[in-house]
Design a protein around this ligand. Structure first.
Ligand SMILES: *[C@@H]1O[C@H](CO)[C@@H](O)[C@H](O)[C@H]1NC(C)=O
Ligand SMILES: *[C@@H]1O[C@H](CO)[C@@H](O)[C@H](O)[C@H]1NC(C)=O
Length: 397
């Protein structure tokens, strides 16, 4: 999901005095201070590389992690489009129905509310609002967060800043909250400490379980790997932008050059927490028209309210192959499953490249369905996103 804003009502959250005592403490300038040399990266590999199990939940990918002492299991959406780690938290003012038990901070010996709000000694509220109007409101706390490590030892992040959400709009019932993985200081990766090494990778399969890797085990390389430059924008500092140069619909290549969508420094954000792929303006219409010119079936209204272009057909075979051409020659030939989805109403397939034509100023977004069956690696030191065609469900089965 794309976070529109995060408001934390505190003056002291970012000062070193609050949190500097912890070994994995929060450091606002982590990304800038991280070593850039490959030799220092490799010297730490014997410590093991942090990872977490990932499960697919219909439209989102949930990461399994533990919070608190003793560790309490949660499953939370993996979201490269936001920063805060939050979970539903007792006492609930307004929690959505969640299948697993809700975190009770009174049962954790390491839970600490951040208590330096303004000049008073009271708790520190936050509000985060997402592009789909979802939100979470609660209090900021520090807590121990634990995932796995390839060393066999748990990977423990003490004094991690989290949101304890007391009023949360509906997520999937399987989800306890969100794990933000964007660039900003409150995100999961920014708080991981030196074993993050600037590297994260995941491989989404649309079924079963998989893993999200951090650190030395998150390098994506080998046969078929392509890489594209990742951009950061000052006006939207959290997001990972890529530069989309063209889309091919079958053999018809549609350039962004000459359209308002064209850019040299990133025109599309890559978001693990958005399901479909969104394009903007006339460029999106050109892509949809090219698909429409290829498909002979009749167009029908989208039976759901996603605003997709849909066709009366029993088979995905009638659709053209889509190739996304990212900067630096990173051409991703997508499987038909990545772009075309069978509707809940049988006999209808819909195109999951959706045009944002409601006049909104949303960014184009490369969603998680289109990323299926690529190992996707973010290297935040070299500013590259790598894609390697992979049968993700076969990797960990
Ligand atoms: C929860 O937050 C929403 C959105 O800001 C608000 O409308 C609602 O009144 C809140 N509910 C409670 C119980 O505080
Ligand atoms: C970091 O690494 C990148 C890619 O290897 C290189 O282009 C850049 O100059 C390096 N930066 C520093 C500060 O060494």
């Amino acid at each position: 999901m794309i976070a529109l804003f995060l408001q934390i009502f505190t003056c002291f959250l970012f000062t070193t005095t609050t949190l500097a005592s912890s070994p994995h403490g929060f450091t606002i300038d982590l990304i800038h201070r991280r070593s850039n040399s490959s030799s220092s990266r490799l010297s730490r590999t014997q410590l093991g590389s942090p990872y977490a199990d990932v499960i697919f939940d219909d439209v989102t990918y949930l990461m399994k992690l533990q919070i608190g002492t003793p560790p309490f299991d949660i499953e939370a959406e993996i979201d490269t489009g936001s920063d805060l780690i939050w979970t539903q938290c007792l006492p609930c003012l307004n929690c959505y129905d969640q299948l697993a038990p809700i975190f009770d901070p009174s049962k954790s010996s390491t839970f600490k509310e951040v208590k330096k709000c303004h000049t008073h000694d009271h708790s520190c509220p936050y509000t985060i609002v997402y592009a789909d109007n979802g939100y979470s409101k609660g209090t900021i706390a520090t807590e121990t967060v634990t995932i796995h490590s390839t060393s066999g030892e748990p990977f423990v992040m003490e004094n991690t800043i989290i949101g304890c959400g007391h009023n949360n709009s509906q997520l999937s019932q399987s989800s306890s909250g969100l794990v933000g993985l964007d660039w900003r200081p409150n995100s999961f990766i920014s708080q991981m400490g030196e074993r993050f090494l600037g590297l994260v990778s995941y491989c989404f399969a649309g079924q079963g379980t998989s893993k999200i890797n951090f650190g030395s085990n998150a390098i994506v390389a080998g046969d078929g790997t392509v890489a594209t430059t990742m951009f950061k924008k000052n006006e939207k500092p959290g997001f990972y932008y890529l530069n989309l140069e063209a889309i091919s619909v079958g053999n018809t290549r549609i350039e962004t050059l000459g359209t308002p969508f064209h850019s040299l420094n990133g025109n599309m954000l890559i978001d693990s927490g958005t399901t479909y792929t969104y394009l903007t303006g006339s460029y999106c219409n050109q892509v949809q028209e090219a698909v429409d010119g290829f498909v002979t079936a009749d167009r029908v209204a989208d039976p759901s309210d996603y605003n997709r272009v849909c066709y009366n057909t029993d088979t995905i075979e009638i659709f053209p192959v889509i190739t996304m051409h990212f900067m630096d020659g990173a051409d991703l030939v997508l499987d038909k499953y990545n772009i075309y989805a069978e509707s809940v109403t049988s006999g209808i397939f819909c195109v999951t490249i959706v045009c944002d034509d409601d006049g909104s100023t949303q960014d184009a977004t490369f969603g998680n369905r289109a990323q299926n069956n690529f190992m996707v690696g973010y290297d935040t030191s070299s500013l590259l996103v790598s894609f390697k065609p992979t049968d993700c469900s076969a990797l960990w089965s």
